[in-house]
Design a protein around this ligand. Structure first.
Ligand SMILES: Cc1ncc(COP(=O)(O)O)c(C=O)c1O
Length: 389
């Protein structure tokens, strides 16, 4: 078919996927006994809310991330919300962040009455462009929320510098990036707080919702603990207006069992990503598509392996016809979502985020993904582009 993408291809019927986009079943098969032992332990204790399992999990994550404290909560979204609440951010305040992210990154600020102020991304990392941040800082800016999207650290140094000189907080949205490194140090340990999600598809995925705030500010950690539990330190005493955002003991026990495997799973994801790179190079597809960048000063943990294609929608349909599952994160940047219409942004204001939304395609990436499946993915993409090896 030469170099012309399948422009004349008829729309194909989606066929049953050859393998799943994410295979949590395969992961569970490898840790069933450990998980069942953890569940039994909690059942035997009949302690379901907070308690020793949660405390142990918090300590273990703090040690992994390299912070002095960690506070478990009900979700990654609440980790962001609680961070802002604890810092007293709300009405009249501005929070700088990226429009190319999951809704909760900016939604947490908006929910508290603060104004999300969007700053465009870098096209090759999909992360907040640190060089645009400085100009967006105003007298009302109280926090910057860089996101380590898809498992790659945002370029934090210029952001931390800009924030530091002005007394602005940095809240890292590390929901997708547990274990990722920036200049050799774990993400989530640089900002005032680092926010993690244990949504099942994350690199450390729970058996339901869960989240955690990492911080080395012990006073702030104490405030976060009070805020996540109705503003209460003692029964029937409410010192501040809090919320109910506790981590369940069952969830913590499950996550503790999985945390012991995180390093080996991270290594597995990175191996799978490198195999994609080698296969794309073999087919010379690395000339036609943009592969995810992995700068040398970062350790990418590949919560997603996201390529860019100018023919993204047709490519995705073609792959579905071959039984290759893919996903689009994110098809519409936040400044164009109805929920943020009140902010008054228009199409064209963040051209890099908008272009990324049109071009990104996430391919299956998980430690259990078989080489033959990756070959099937890359061969199907090569067929779409009419490229022979
Ligand atoms: C970048 C980002 N921020 C925040 C969240 C919110 O986390 P959760 O789904 O645990 O509320 C997610 C995950 O969905 C995310 O990907």
């Amino acid at each position: 078919m030469g170099s012309n993408p399948q422009s004349s291809a008829k729309p194909r019927e989606a066929v049953e996927a050859l393998f799943p986009f994410l295979d949590l079943q395969a992961q569970f098969d490898g840790i069933r006994d450990e998980v069942m032992a953890a569940v039994s332990r909690v059942m035997a204790s009949q302690q379901f809310i907070l308690g020793p399992e949660v405390e142990s999990f918090e300590n273990e994550v703090a040690a992994t991330v390299g912070t002095r404290a960690a506070v478990g909560c009900a979700s990654g979204s609440d980790a962001l919300l609680l961070s802002l609440l604890a810092l007293g951010i709300g009405r009249g305040d501005e929070v700088l962040t990226t429009p190319f992210t999951f809704v909760a990154t900016a939604g947490s600020a908006a929910r508290l009455g603060a104004r999300p102020v969007f700053v465009d991304i870098e096209p090759d990392t999909f992360n907040l462009n640190p060089h645009l941040v400085e100009a967006a800082i105003g007298s009302r800016t109280r926090a910057i929320v860089p996101v380590h999207l898809f498992g790659l650290a945002c370029d934090l140094d210029p952001i931390l510098n800009a924030a530091d000189t002005r007394g602005i907080s940095v809240i890292e949205d590390a929901a997708q990036a547990i274990g990722a490194l920036y200049h050799g140090k774990p993400v989530g340990s640089f900002g005032t707080t680092g926010c993690f999600s244990f949504y099942p598809s994350k690199n450390l995925g729970g058996a339901g919702d869960g989240g955690l705030i990492a911080t080395s500010d012990l006073k702030l950690a104490d405030r976060l603990r009070v805020l996540r539990d109705h503003g209460s330190r003692r029964k029937n005493s409410y010192e501040v207006m809090g919320i109910n955002s506790r981590l369940d003991a069952l969830q913590a026990a499950f996550l503790r069992a999985k945390l012991r495997h995180l390093q080996e799973w991270t290594d597995g994801r990175r191996r799978v990503a490198e195999r994609y790179r080698a296969l794309f190079a073999e087919f010379s597809l690395d000339q036609r598509l943009k592969l995810p960048r992995s700068p040398t000063h970062c350790l990418h943990v590949y919560n997603q392996f996201t390529i860019r294609s100018l023919e993204r929608d047709r490519l995705r349909e073609f792959l579905a016809g071959r039984g290759i599952p893919t996903e689009i994160y994110y098809p519409l940047p936040l400044h164009l979502q109805p929920a943020f219409a009140g902010l008054g942004y228009r199409a064209g204001q963040f051209p890099e985020a908008e272009a990324a939304s049109r071009e990104v395609l996430s391919l299956p990436v998980y430690p259990e993904l078989k080489e033959q499946h990756q070959v099937a993915v890359v061969r199907a993409i090569a067929d779409f582009y009419g490229v022979a090896r």
